[in-house]
Design a protein around this ligand. Structure first.
Ligand SMILES: [Zn+2]
Ligand SMILES: [Zn+2]
Length: 244
């Protein structure tokens, strides 16, 4: 399997980085995790075929993880997509998607897609299978608006990918990512405590217990981006592709 960081930035374009979107492909899977506002141009820049994506998992409803969907759905319609598409995310996703479609492109939520579109609400700790992708959501802690907030443990093709989403430290990150082949973790700041977000220093105090086989840091603020050369961990960059 391959995972590509289509975008790994925060909400404010720190370091000129694009909003969060991860693209996972394998022999039997092709899906996105998160779809931030900049996702469509980022996918096009990387030459990623949108029509082959079967599933989009959304962690929460902040614009840097969610606001790319109206652009993607309109693009799918205009490019005459025929393949079914599943969009899955926290409770309330159907209403939130309608709202963001209407806010950005009036009446667009009323258009009947040429392709089969399924919107699926996920609940914490309830594992769901989407084709060959097994998804277990874990509740995380990220403030009062834009939730519910889910992190995902995804199993596919014999590998486990865990993604923290945006969160402050919470004990659910341990079962989320324990022994995972790849743990993609937010490291918003280096050691500064910021409400609703995770610092690298806090994450490090729990890494032994989580024991991921591989760790990649993402969603970094300018504070972290200024320290990349001195870090002993791998940090994501836009367009970066890894084998899992
Ligand atoms: Zn974010
Ligand atoms: Zn967020």
């Amino acid at each position: 399997m391959q995972l590509r960081f289509v975008g790994c930035g925060d909400a404010f374009g720190s370091g000129g980085r694009l909003n969060t979107c991860l693209h996972v492909t394998g022999e039997r899977v092709n899906f996105l995790i998160d779809c931030g506002a900049s996702t469509l141009p980022a996918l096009k820049r990387l030459g990623i075929a949108r029509e082959n994506i079967d599933l989009i998992l959304i962690t929460h409803f902040h614009g840097d993880h969610f606001a790319g969907l109206p652009f993607l759905l309109l693009d799918a319609q205009f490019s005459r997509r025929t393949r079914p598409l599943v969009i899955a995310g926290p409770e309330g996703i159907e209403m939130r998607l309608t709202q963001v479609m209407e806010a950005l492109f009036e009446n667009s939520s009323k258009t009947k897609q040429r392709f089969e579109l399924s919107i699926v609400a996920l609940s914490p700790q309830e594992t769901r299978n989407f084709g060959a992708v097994k998804v277990t959501p874990f509740p995380v802690v990220h403030g009062d608006s834009g939730g519910p907030f889910l992190a995902y443990r995804v199993e596919a093709e014999g590998r486990v990918i865990a993604y923290s989403a945006d969160t402050e430290w919470t004990e659910t990150l341990i079962p989320l990512a324990r022994d995972a082949d790849l743990f993609i973790a937010e490291a918003y700041t280096y050691d500064k405590a910021v409400k609703n977000h995770l610092s690298l220093k806090t994450l490090e105090t729990h890494l032994a217990e989580i024991n991921p086989k591989r760790l990649i840091l993402t969603h970094m603020s300018d504070d972290m981006l200024g320290r990349l050369d001195a870090l002993s961990h791998t940090a994501a960059s836009d367009g970066m592709m890894i084998e899992i």
